[in-house]
Design a protein around this ligand. Structure first.
Ligand code: FDA
Length: 402
């Protein structure tokens, strides 16, 4: 069977590309349903983009690479698409946009666009082998127990990264990219909780606190959550993308709030109150109770007993709590994969491989990783659209497949 474009992976990027590439398109996926990560994202409501999306929110060996695609298909373009299809949404926090209803509305939107464009969706389809012969890509697929051979002028790698193997994540895009001469950067789990081998935070599991957190060059002000195995919550997921094994993370438990000034003022107004009681007005009670064991904080005595120096020492300790995580929860729970197909080998305008015409890599498979907050979907939409436009343009110039 001969088609124009074969897209491997019916996730966010693959479906976006399939819906807009034009010509005869087949989008294959080994899963039973398309867009499974969209379905489970954002707690089932899909944080589909971010109002503040810009290149600074992305990590890559080449931080400039994402600029072209992001500027040619912006968050406003996707919001417009969502609006035109009557999907209600709201901003939750920090520019993060979520569906009012279910995330499946986004999957249905993309499926609808694909159907309207005549793009075929082959689910339950395994990719057995891909090669290239006479300028055409040749794929051997196994669809519902039958072998199918497909020839295509364009091959789009959209099978995502390695996170959550249970949901069908695989290294297929990386393997095929390498097969066609593209390089890979180091891949690692990102947007992932930290673990501590001694499970020291287990007694605090469930406690959340707004913090400032830092690792490497990453610095975020968001909530942190103590878990049975370590530290999670948006602040920790964000800095996990910047952290490397053996390094410290720095946490400001006051989250930049003026706790020291507040304690000093309280000392003047209600000196007979215990320091620990007063501190619990600023931090969760269970966290306050754990502070002496956790960081050697001295919370003994009444407010009136505290010198300026003691309050300063306490607050400086809270503001610069340093820890060395043992590791992370890994790909089992990571929201994304950091790294991927090296952008040096791709055109930033079209996502086409420089040395292999007709081969495109889009979405999470590329070495472009966004912050938490809708940025990764925006990259999937934008990179999928960049490839689709290039394919559509080439299709208009060339001949359609028979
Ligand atoms: P994606 O993973 O979406 O799709 C890849 C497709 O390829 C899948 O359908 C898969 O089945 C298929 N595939 C893989 N291997 C294959 C093989 N060997 N053969 C055939 N098919 C194969 N981002 C965000 O912006 N906002 C959010 O709210 C969230 N929330 C979120 C929650 C959770 C739990 C996770 C795990 C991730 C998120 N993300 C997110 C990240 C976001 O889901 C992710 O960045 C995008 O889905 C990436 O889109 P892609 O299309 O590149 O890959």
């Amino acid at each position: 069977m001969q088609i124009d474009t074969l897209i491997l992976g019916a996730g966010a990027a693959g479906m976006m590309c399939a819906a807009h590439a034009g010509g005869r398109v087949v989008c294959v996926d080994h899963a039973r349903a398309p867009g499974e990560k969209i379905r489970i994202s954002g707690g089932g409501r899909c944080n589909f983009t971010n109002l503040h999306c810009g290149p600074e929110a992305f990590l890559s060996r080449n931080p400039h690479f994402c600029k072209s695609a992001l500027s040619r298909y912006t968050q406003w373009d996707f919001i417009d698409l969502v609006d035109r299809h009557g999907i209600a949404w709201h901003e939750k926090t920090l520019g993060q946009l979520f569906c009012d209803g279910k995330a499946t509305q986004i999957v249905d939107l993309l499926r609808g666009l694909m159907a309207a464009a005549g793009a075929e969706l082959w689910l339950g389809t395994e990719v057995v082998e891909v090669g290239r012969d006479g300028g055409l890509f040749k794929a051997r697929l196994r669809r519902e127990g039958r072998n199918v051979s497909v020839s295509a002028r364009n091959l789009v790698l959209a099978t995502g990264g390695k996170s959550i193997p249970k949901m069908g994540a695989s290294g297929l895009a990386y393997d095929i990219a390498r097969q066609f001469g593209l390089e890979l950067t180091e891949t690692r789990p990102a947007l992932v909780p930290f673990t501590f081998s001694d499970k020291r935070f287990a007694p605090l599991a469930g406690v959340a606190v707004p913090v400032r957190a830092e690792a490497g060059t990453g610095r975020f002000e968001e909530a942190m959550l103590f878990t049975h195995r370590g530290l999670s919550g948006p602040a920790m997921l964000q800095i996990s993308s910047y952290w490397r094994e053996g390094e410290e993370i720095a946490i400001d438990l006051t989250g930049g709030r003026a706790v020291q000034a507040a304690l000093r003022a309280a000392r003047g107004e209600r000196g007979r109150v215990n320091l620990a009681t007063e501190l619990a007005r600023h931090l969760p009670q269970r966290l306050v109770e754990a502070l002496p064991g956790m960081m050697g904080a001295d919370l003994a005595g009444k407010l009136a007993d505290q010198s300026d120096a003691r309050l300063a020492a306490l607050c400086n300790g809270l503001a610069d709590w340093r820890l060395k995580p043992t590791g992370t929860e890994g790909y089992r729970t990571a929201e994304v994969t950091l790294g991927g197909v090296d952008t040096d080998g791709l055109s930033s305008k079209t996502m086409e491989a420089r040395t292999c015409p007709g081969l495109y890599v889009i979405g999470e498979a590329v070495d472009v990783t966004g912050w938490l907050g809708g940025y990764n979907f925006q990259w999937a939409w934008a990179s999928g659209m960049a490839a689709a436009r290039a394919i559509a343009e080439a299709g208009r110039d060339g001949s359609a497949a028979g």
